[in-house]
Design a binder for this molecule. Structure first.
Ligand SMILES: [Fe+2]
Length: 179
């Protein structure tokens, strides 16, 4: 698949929104590929990792997040699911799953149910090795400031602590496998 063609379709203008998108996606893709190459025992599909990492935030432009130059209507938490729908319509179900399963360390059905977020009540948890690597790599890069600077593993754990102890635990497990 030609991921750049899909990005160009939804981010056609040379503006700050596209710059943030491209910089973040490239950083996440490079880290995910680096993890996969350092861990051949994981048997991950590198071509797919690059495509899906470059597309994981495709739904970003549809959310209301002026800080990252996004002026849509949806809450930020929906960007994964909205991006997945765009990719499903393009015929890329496997890539769509990476989009909808990369938020935090994944969103469980119970969490979605209790949160009241406008998301379908189903598990959106990273399952395949590629989904897990991309979700993990994404946690090292912010879209708001210091776009190009990687967080340390300690900073990633700290940011997950704001979500839940369970997600800190998941990050620690991934760190053991991927770092
Ligand atoms: Fe991301």
């Amino acid at each position: 698949m030609d991921f750049q063609k899909i990005i160009d379709k939804y981010y056609p203008l040379e503006n700050e929104q596209r710059r943030i998108y491209m910089t973040h996606a490239r950083k996440v893709a490079d880290l995910a590929l680096d993890i996969s190459r350092r861990h051949p025992e994981l048997n991950a599909d590198d071509a797919f990792i690059e495509e899906a990492a470059m597309l994981h935030d495709l739904g970003m432009f549809l959310v209301d997040a002026p800080r990252i130059h996004c002026f849509g209507d949806a809450p930020y938490i929906c960007h994964g699911y909205l991006g997945a729908n765009l990719l499903r319509n393009e015929g890329f179900e496997r890539h769509a799953l990476v989009c909808e399963r990369h938020t935090g360390t994944g969103l469980s059905k119970e969490l979605i149910e209790s949160s009241g977020w406008p998301l379908p009540c189903k598990d959106m948890l990273p399952l395949s090795i590629e989904e897990q690597i991309i979700c993990f790599a994404d946690k090292f890069y912010s879209k708001t400031k210091f776009l190009e600077v990687s967080r340390t593993i300690e900073q990633v754990e700290e940011s997950m602590r704001k979500i839940s102890e369970e997600s800190v635990e998941k990050i620690r497990n991934w760190a053991g496998l991927f770092l």
